[in-house]
Design a protein around this ligand. Sequence first.
Ligand SMILES: [Zn+2]
Length: 259
Amino acid sequence: MLRVVVLGAAAGGGVPQWNCGCRICNAARGANPELQSTQSSIVVSADDEHWFLINASPDLRQQLISTPQLHPKHGALRHSPIAGVVLTNGEVDAVAGLLSLRESSPFTIYAHRQVLAILAANSIFNVLNDRLVRREPIVTDHAFEPLLSDGSSSGLEILPFVVPGKRAWYLEGQQHPGDNSAEGDTLGLLVTDKGSGQYFYHLAACARVTPDLAQRITGAPLVFFDGTVWRDDELIAAGLGSKTGQASPSTLFSGDRAS
Ligand SMILES: [Zn+2]
């Protein structure tokens, strides 16, 4: 059975954002702690025992602590149920949490070669020992089965596909460490449980819904979608900046908690 746990659903920075004094962040710090939210990320499993993280947010450590499914199994001195991480883009919001997964546990990073090139170009990610943490390229429109750390079947199938996106903010105006095609910088995922056929779509940092994309997800039982902002001029209207939503690839999900 396909299982998904939503680890967080907030945009980049989370709620409250460390330096934000807007009405909502102030409420989250004070009278309405229920508004607090970590940055968007989910985990998925076909067996309720081995989990694949989709994007590793900067809030990952806190998310792992508060998610019992992701704790080391009882009695093990060193163990993690996380078998792999699938990265759908190279934004800080998607990759910074990898740094919290050091400490010599085996798992596999699955990402497009564009995103793997970003990791390779930033030596801080070498804290993940490459003898234990494999980096596996994924190819658009080619379904793959993420494997468990012993090489056995996970029971999941993931189809990555190109969605409209934009280059990571910190690479704007810079040479991309991959190539300059931009294809592969932002991926959508179709995740299927091979046993039951249950599936969902995951779309993070998606810049717009094209007719093709709308057609693809029509009728899907579950879609996690990064809507960025509700209105394109939301940040401007709140006095928080001059960027429109379309220029901001931060993440905000709308989707049901499913398990
Ligand atoms: Zn705020």
